[in-house]
Design a protein around this ligand. Structure first.
Ligand SMILES: Nc1ncnc2c1ncn2[C@@H]1O[C@H](COP(=O)(O)OP(=O)(O)O)[C@@H](O)[C@H]1O
Ligand SMILES: [Mg+2]
Length: 225
């Protein structure tokens, strides 16, 4: 059996909202294994972003538990072992594209050739010509591609991408996904993409459906593992 990278047991996350508390995620139970390719689908507000943040250890459940059996504790996950691509723009404004992409390697004190690794990550997403640009000089779609390059540069165990094609037109979104899946082909990196685009979801091997905070379908439920 492949390594269990992320395990969620009855995980819930409630937020106070207008004097009551709402369940952004309600009792989700699942495992993510090395090599998994998962589409996390559901309407806006169904809890996808909240679930990704819990999986990354960036947020703490209000009930249940998330563990990372093959990866370690929450404090050690980002950015080396888990790359989280945020839904909102997350590039650092004063840094060039190259410097933004280099960040995970610098934070991890990587011993590899950083220039080469950054160049390779940029090439993967066709960004070579933007290396010296600042984020403010990029379109929304270009920023999303830079964020993806930053997510792959350190060869993490898990990539959690929150609506990575949300700013892109159909062909550009497909090209980004093609590039990502080609890059990951044959690797054990697990990939979870939150999306409400069926064309993206159908490219993945498994589908997790969120509906008002409930993970209602996993193709590969825990009982069957
Ligand atoms: N920081 C927050 N404070 C209060 N409510 C939140 C917060 N983040 C998310 N929510 C609520 O949790 C629910 C799920 O949100 P989210 O995880 O962003 O869904 P999705 O990513 O599927 O659009 C929504 O009702 C949203 O309003
Ligand atoms: Mg979201």
């Amino acid at each position: 059996m492949p390594d269990t990278l992320i395990e969620a047991q009855s995980v819930g996350r409630r937020y106070p909202q207008g004097g009551v508390s709402i369940a952004a995620v309600a009792s989700a139970t699942f495992r993510l294994h090395a090599g998994d390719r998962v589409a996390l689908v559901g309407r806006s507000g169904s809890g996808k972003s909240t679930l990704l943040h819990l999986m990354a250890g960036l947020d703490v459940p209000t009930s249940g538990a998330v563990t990372w059996p093959a990866l370690g504790t929450a404090e050690t996950l980002l950015p080396e072992k888990i790359s989280l691509v945020f839904q909102a723009p997350s590039l650092l404004e004063p840094l060039t594209v190259s410097e933004n992409v280099a960040l995970p390697l610098l934070m991890a004190k990587a011993t590899c050739d950083i220039h080469r690794a950054v160049a390779d990550a940029l090439t993967t997403f066709g960004l070579e010509n933007l290396a010296r640009k600042l984020p403010e000089q990029l379109s929304g779609g270009q920023m999303q591609r830079v964020a993806m390059a930053r997510a792959i540069v350190g060869n993490p165990n898990v990539i959690l991408a929150d609506e990575p094609t949300g700013q892109l037109d159909g062909p550009t979104g497909r090209a980004l996904l093609d590039a990502l899946l080609a890059h990951l082909a044959g690797t054990q990196t697990a990939l979870v993409i939150a999306t409400h685009d069926p064309a993206v979801a159908e490219r993945m091997e498994r589908m997790w459906q969120m509906e008002r905070g409930t993970l209602i379908e996993t193709v590969n439920p825990v009982e069957d593992i």
